[in-house]
Design a protein around this ligand. Structure first.
Ligand SMILES: Nc1nc2c(c(=O)[nH]1)N[C@H]1C(S)=C(S)[C@@H](COP(=O)(O)OP(=O)(O)OC[C@H]3O[C@@H](n4cnc5c(=O)[nH]c(N)nc54)[C@H](O)[C@@H]3O)O[C@H]1N2
Ligand SMILES: Nc1nc2c(c(=O)[nH]1)N[C@H]1C(S)=C(S)[C@@H](COP(=O)(O)OP(=O)(O)OC[C@H]3O[C@@H](n4cnc5c(=O)[nH]c(N)nc54)[C@H](O)[C@@H]3O)O[C@H]1N2
Ligand code: SF4
Ligand SMILES: [Mo]
Length: 876
């Protein structure tokens, strides 16, 4: 209980794999107040900007409230029967491999368990794969090759105790902000050194001692060089190596690689090796810059090789650390959600494992070969091998590589079911049957975070309309397909107990994942479950793996994998001279179905963009704020150019978040090739080749509006504001009647229109008022529109006459784009305070303005701002 008298409910943040504990206080009207749980071991009360803004995302405006069949509201009974019948028919006619599930690392463990049991145990196919294929598959494969299981050896406490943290292909400051703050706290306390290995200068570099801007895809060469250097300097630990196989062959392979392909200067490489060799307590954190590569598994093993060689694994303050992206990416791996795994880290290809699971489930048949991995699965949907597809909790029409082909495949599939919380997604719009799922704050279950801590998500508010939990929908379909006893679940607690008991069976085969200690837990104990790290057995609770030199290969030893550098699949060539890197922004989550509902999260970077180096921009005649077209052999996207030396010449970077709903011509995965890692099947989302050209737009537009806008131009990007919406637009053809266009755009034919239009110059400014209240304003120009956007977006809904000037009155300064999302503080306000008050540190900015003092997610950017001012002063 807190001061308001309403109970706070302990739950877990539904975004990233840090797995922060949250305290939710319902307001009784569907709203939620959210704060960090001081008692949760992952975050100890901290939240990042996304977690802090969770309350903004629980409204009902966007929710899917009833099942739909072919776009028509349909009773649950009919919709579920249709799903069961169509899947059963396809299986009867074409066999079990004619159907598939494509699921998500954001499902709760209980949802995931039921989906996997239904497909692998009862439908009898392994055609269930997950978006974790795009995310964690290379880490899974690397772990299995080295350790014999998919085990993350360390814990978050290791970040507190490390003396060197190496971030490889991880923008921790934006993607795991609470872990980043934990590393920064350790740095303050014990001087922990930070190295960032990333082709791009990211927010994570602001507090780093060293940034190695390597050539994309060259990580293997760097870590091979490190392995050789470790050996040469005598840093290899022979006692630990005795617990392994294959060191000599791995070293041989490493020595034969050449580090020059990284493009990093020798000095920096030596500095990096010196740090690594000389520091016992090293944690190497890696993420998508490693995994999303055609050599992703090799990159993982190159890193693991160095930790195994030095025995820096499984001990306080050291170890390789694959941080998971989604809140239950880890749980999904545990339940066997990938097409090549069985539940509880058992192997699909192992007949004894299969027999044990089959017996436990009392299942008719278990497939004995892996199912289709994500990229192959959508290819099979496209060529007609898959005839019934169920997509749950993911948006592949946006997030898969070659996304236009995936979109086409889904729409051509004879029967597609989509379970989502909203019907307004690129994928949901293609469904034959759309099923309304309850969202995170409305359901119960568990998730496992990056360091193996299992936490409860707890229901805090009632489900809207007819929405039902994912596990419940899946179990009901299972029953209707004729498997009544196996899917007779009535609560998540029941599912969890069954799963925990199965992990006890797996443990008999010597598997690492064992939570059998929870298999007899009562419903009440499940309700009260405290966050805890697995394994959870009668004799063991949490802790680290491998410090004792015991691994999970049949001989109990770890394996070194000999590897050689291999460039990305696509080669740049005169037609496609740029390498396209993609990734995440601080305040958006994936395809934005939740974070884009929050005005304060939308304020950080409201438009899709392409980062391009000044020398390339200059050559291509691209100016700041121009639009550019990015084209690959597969497709193209239109994005706003941001000219910056944070990317290297010849490389460009685009965020992944925009969709058909928010900026239809900026779906970056339409451009990304579907090349995959041969071991893990993970696509190379970060190294496609493209051309870039300035878009020759006939006009550019900017609009603010109180009500929804209906842009339909060649380029548009829409975002929420506190007062309504804002949109960026551009068109290739001239528009003849801007007033008529404004009425259509604001869908208000009766509002009072005031305008300043100069047809000869192609300039138009139009405002729509009703009873003196500004409904919307549109600014059009033949060059990118220069108006005070952050001021203008505050005007809709206000009684104001002077919107058309496009500028703030002299006495009301424009605060600029928002940097601190929690307090809505703009960059101009911060710059002004730095200059007028002589602020010298991030803390001083916090004291003066409050910026950066709540969630802290903007602190790296505040540091960057101070640094850039210092650099500028020094240069002047
Ligand atoms: N704000 C926010 N946070 C998120 C998410 C989100 O959508 N928004 N999503 C979550 C999910 S599911 C995931 S998987 C994680 C991802 O977390 P991260 O992996 O940290 O995020 P990304 O931005 O995808 O990529 C990380 C970095 O890899 C770099 N990179 C590209 N190519 C290479 C290369 O060849 N070598 C190296 N060393 N680096 C390279 C990119 O420049 C980029 O800065 O984030 C999670 N957290
Ligand atoms: N180019 C490029 N592409 C990438 C990446 C990259 O770095 N570069 N990263 C890849 C990675 S690592 C990932 S993880 C993927 C992420 O990509 P996706 O998984 O496709 O993205 P999300 O937006 O997280 O999709 C989640 C969907 O589930 C819905 N949803 C929310 N809550 C619930 C619920 O409780 N139940 C159900 N049934 N639905 C719900 C949301 O509305 C949304 O439509 O993108 C991948 N694609
Ligand atoms: S770091 Fe942010 S997004 Fe990730 S779990 Fe914590 S609050 Fe949620
Ligand atoms: Mo991910």
């Amino acid at each position: 209980m807190d001061g308001s008298g309403l109970p706070e409910i302990r739950s877990t943040c539904p975004y990233c794999g840090v797995g922060c504990g949250v305290l939710l206080r319902p307001d009784g009207e569907g709203g939620l107040a959210v704060r960090g749980d001081p008692e949760h071991p992952a975050n100890q009360g901290r939240l990042c900007s996304k977690g802090s803004a969770l309350g903004d995302t629980v409204g009902l405006g966007h929710r899917l409230l009833a099942p739909q069949v072919n776009g028509k509201a349909t009773p649950w009974d009919d919709a579920l029967q249709l799903v069961a019948d169509r899947f059963s028919e396809s299986i009867a006619k074409h066999g079990p491999d004619s159907v598939a599930f494509y699921v998500s690392g954001q499902l709760l463990t209980e949802d995931y368990y039921v989906a996997n049991k239904l497909m692998k145990g009862f439908i009898g196919s392994a055609n269930i794969d997950t978006n974790s294929r795009l995310c964690m598959a290379s880490s899974v494969a690397g772990h299995k090759r080295a350790f014999g299981t998919d085990t993350v050896p360390g814990t978050y406490e290791d970040l507190d105790e490390a003396d060197l943290v190496v971030l490889v292909g991880s923008n921790l400051a934006w993607c795991h902000p609470v872990l980043h703050q934990r590393v920064l706290a350790a740095r303050k306390r014990r001087g922990t050194k930070i190295v960032v290995i990333d082709p791009r200068r990211t927010a994570s570099c602001n507090d780093a001692d060293l940034h190695l801007a390597l050539q994309p895809g060259s990580d293997v060469a760097l870590f091979n060089h490190l392995l050789a250097a470790l050996h040469e300097s005598g840093a290899v630990d022979p006692e630990f190596v005795a617990h392994t196989n294959g060191f000599d062959t791995a070293l041989d392979a490493a020595r034969n690689d050449t580090v020059s392909v990284t493009g990093i200067s020798e000095d920096l490489i030596e500095e990096f090796c010196r740090l690594w060799i000389g520091t016992e307590k090293v944690v190497t954190i890696y993420s998508q810059g490693v995994n999303q590569s055609t050599s992703g598994s090799d990159k993982v093993n190159a890193i693991l090789n160095c930790h195994l060689a030095t025995g820096r694994i499984g001990a306080p303050g050291c170890g390789p650390f694959s941080v998971t992206g989604q809140p239950n990416a880890m749980g999904g791996r545990e339940v066997g959600g990938l097409a090549n795994m069985l539940a509880c880290h058992l192997d699909l290809e192992n007949p004894d494992h299969r027999a044990a699971v089959r017996q436990f489930w009392e299942a008719p048949a278990l497939p004995d070969a892996p199912g289709l991995k994500a990229v192959d699965m959508f290819e099979a949907v496209g060529d007609g091998r898959i005839k019934a597809l169920w997509i749950i909790h993911t948006n592949p029409a946006v997030s898969m590589p070659d996304a236009d082909a995936v979109r086409k495949a889904i729409s051509a599939c004879p029967f597609t079911v989509v379970s989502d919380i909203t019907g307004a997604t690129d994928t949901a719009r293609l469904a034959d049957v759309l099923l309304p799922a309850t969202a995170w704050a409305e359901k119960d279950g568990t998730v496992t975070n990056s360091d193996r801590t299992i936490s409860r998500q707890r229901k805090a508010i009632d489900a809207p309309g007819q929405a039902r939990p994912d596990w419940d929908i899946l179990a009901e379909v299972g029953r209707r397909m004729g498997f009544a006893a196996a899917f007779d679940f009535t609560s998540p607690a029941e599912i969890f107990r069954e799963y925990a008991a199965l992990s006890g069976v797996a443990a008999q085969f010597g598997r690492d994942f064992d939570v059998s200690g929870l298999s007899t837990m009562s419903d009440v104990a499940y309700d009260d479950l405290e966050p805890q790290r697995w394994p959870i057995t009668a004799s063991r609770q949490g802790g680290r793996f491998f410090g004792d030199g015991r691994f999970f290969h049949s001989d109990g030893k770890a394996r070194f994998v000999p590897i050689r550098f291999k460039p990305p699949a696509a080669r740049t060539e005169p037609r496609y001279p740029f390498r396209l890197n993609t990734g995440r922004l601080r305040d958006q989550w994936h395809t934005m179905t939740r974070t884009a509902l929050s005005p304060r999260l939308s304020a950080h970077l409201p438009e899709p963009f392409l980062d391009i180096h000044p020398s390339d921009a200059n050559r291509l005649d691209v100016d700041a704020a121009d639009l550019v077209r990015v084209t690959s052999p597969l497709g193209s996207a239109i994005l706003r150019a941001r000219i910056t030396d944070s990317v290297q010449p010849g490389q460009v970077f685009a965020p992944i978040h925009w969709t058909g709903e928010t900026a239809p011509s900026a779906r970056i995965d339409a451009v990304i090739a579907a090349a995959t890692d041969p071991v893990s099947g993970q696509p190379e989302s970060k190294a496609s080749v493209v051309s870039v050209a300035r878009l020759d737009a006939a006009w550019y537009g900017f609009a603010v509006s109180r009500d929804a806008l209906l842009p339909n131009s060649d380029y548009w990007a829409l975002s929420r504001t506190a007062q309504g919406y804002r949109a960026e637009m551009a068109g290739l053809a001239r528009v003849s009647d801007w007033e008529a266009e404004a009425k259509r755009l604001f869908s208000n034919p009766t509002a009072k229109v005031s305008s300043v239009i100069d047809e000869s110059r192609g300039v138009a400014r139009i405002a729509l008022h009703q009873d003196g209240v500004l409904l919307g304003a549109l600014f059009v120009s033949p060059t990118p529109v220069a108006v005070m956007r952050d001021y203008l977006q505050t005007l809709p809904g206000q009684k104001t006459k002077d919107a058309l000037s496009g500028r703030a009155p002299a006495d009301l300064p424009d605060s600029g784009p928002v940097l601190c999302a929690c307090f809505g503080i703009g960059i101009n306000t911060i710059l002004n305070a730095i200059e007028t008050q002589g602020l010298l540190s991030v803390d001083a900015i916090g004291d003066a303005l409050g910026a950066g003092t709540n969630c802290g997610s903007c602190r790296p950017e505040l540091g960057d701002l101070l640094q850039s001012l210092k650099t500028r002063e020094a240069a002047e």
